[in-house]
Design a binder for this molecule. Sequence first.
Ligand SMILES: [Zn+2]
Length: 149
Amino acid sequence: MVILDRLPTKDRLVRFGLAIDNVCGLCASSSESRDHLFVECCFAKEVWDIVLTSCGVCYTLTNWEDLFNWLIANLKDKSLRIRILRLAWTGMLYSVWEERNHRLFRRSSRSVDALVNSIKLVVRVKLSRYGKPRIDDVNRQLCLNWGLF
Ligand SMILES: [Zn+2]
């Protein structure tokens, strides 16, 4: 849904004729679209920064298309870093959309750190299916960052 830009983001709802505001549900300072919610929003950028740093990845977010192309090009090997990044990406998409909906419909919000912790929990649970990761010098810091010990 996210990749196909089929989520009912406010920009799409306005295009369908709904008389609603088009303000981002996370930062309330820009118009809400998929590209904004998941990449350009200051809230999403903070989450991404922590996720990417925790993966030991240096990448500067620019826009949805560049990020998507970068992820597709770089999520191919089976290293622990890439497995984490792949899970974190889907966790990030789910968590940001969930957070947007909670703020919009439940009037409750979580901090960036709380959201990152929920993403890390999902990554840990999903990785636990594969047993303990091999600990070497590269993986040690990843395991520390993601609580995989
Ligand atoms: Zn925003």
